[in-house]
Write a protein that binds this ligand. Sequence first.
Ligand code: HAM
Length: 535
Amino acid sequence: MIKAVRGTRDLLPPETALWNFVESAVRDVFRAYNFQEIRTPIFEETELFARGVGEETDIVSKEMYTWFDRGDDPESILKWAWWGQYGVKYSSVEGRVSSNGQFAFVAHADNETTIVAPKIAPGFSTVIALRDIKSRWVSEHGTSIPKLAVAVPSSNANSLNIQNDIEIMPTRMPHEYERPQSVTLRPENTAGVVRAYIEHKLWDRGLNKLFYIGPQFRRERPQKGRYRQFYQIGAEIIGPATAGSESPARDAELLEMLATLLNRLGITEWTLELNSIGSPSDRFAFNEALRKALEPVVGSMCVDCQRRAVTNPLRVLDCKVPEDQPIIEKLPRITQFLSEASRTHFDAVCEILSKVEVPFTLNDRLVRGLDYYTRTAFEFTHGTLGAQNAILGGGRYDGLSEALGGPAAPGIGFAIGEDRLVMSLKAETAAEAAARAPIVYIAPLGAGMNAEAARLARELRQHKQLVDCGPVELGDESFRLKKSFETASKLGTRYILIVGENEVKSGSFALKNLATGEQISVLRNELVEKISQPQ
Ligand code: HAM
């Protein structure tokens, strides 16, 4: 039997009614706060996430679904090159993408590792890419230093002028060799929204208030509340600073909207944890202080922390390993490094939140798992969710547009984990939102009655007054009356309406209330009124 892939799942009725209930409530709230919908593609160029979310994050370094699309199969080119160069096969190989968006292979043979970029005409950016992948490889794997190489068409090999620490592998390449494009299923939607902002020059519209609802993909270890395909409901406020995008009023508006939204869904046991992670220069000073503080102690921490202490010390604060917590507890705190401007901005956010009576808790250890954040960062957690208790997270990303090659465009946003939101709905809310039983079941009685029943169903379904009370279900003439009754009762239907030859001729139909057992004859033009009558 073919099953859904691990970490993915089918959402089935009646649970889908809850999803619709949530989505329709959030659309109402978004409308009230003047947010408009944006839909971006489900896959994007890998470089967008490498540059946007950050190479050192777990999301980019471990969890992305990435593949080469279009172009020639680069591995077959590598195979030929390798064979031509060494006369043996490599034992294993994996693809890597550099921070400037180029890809290369890391191939292993006889205890030697070589990083190879297949290229028609390698240039300076290829050299940068190879060195970038090499330095990351060394920081992840320690001692053995990989060789660097380019696989080039034999016709170009002799005339190639490239750094002499880079080996040249002449190989066969298809005549019109096309650079394969590395693409990735989106692990989150903020980078895609900012890409669209730049691509469509959305700054012309001033301040953009955008929302999205859709699937995201992360190759995490699946558990309750954590999936490989999950759904986010998110929003972003982005625009030029002159349009007010940097104002603390926007941070507070977004947080107040979230409080309203959760309350409206009947989710009351939430906690808003709030922090400012400062401007890039505040964070630079903080990172340096962390690096220094970690130096003498990092040897006794987990391997991830040992790596992060060198590459991105801020990530150490994300560590969940219990043994590391006493060390983390003693590390410097971001609050000591906030500049006057960052502090004033954050104080203004807190002040508005207090005025509009949105409760929050300050947590100066909250750093978030994505690199684009600046200043305000937050998470809403929910008591009943267990280990995966973050129902939503977000923050400012004032430099993201520039990091992606766009103009300055401060922004702030959030994403709710919809799977977790649905899990935290109260039983009463869930029951209320569950799919409604049909109001009437139309039972054609006898051969040839399907057409008459269809005509009547069509008439009834066109009356809003009636369908507002519940769906109209249509049976089948092959069912005996007993089976029609059984089917209608199983569906929880209020009425059954019999459509037999006599009824059609006389224009008067038998309508039976399945709860009370009362049966009456109703004229065709009185059916809507009768069926929609409140009980
Ligand atoms: P994030 O914290 O990575 O932020 O994800 C937001 C929410 O998505 C989490 O709080 C969680 O509820 C849900 N989530 C994340 N991973 C999974 C998973 N594997 N299974 C189920 N739910 C999950 C972002 O994605 C940012 N783009 C938010 C943002 C928008 N920041 C600024 N604008």
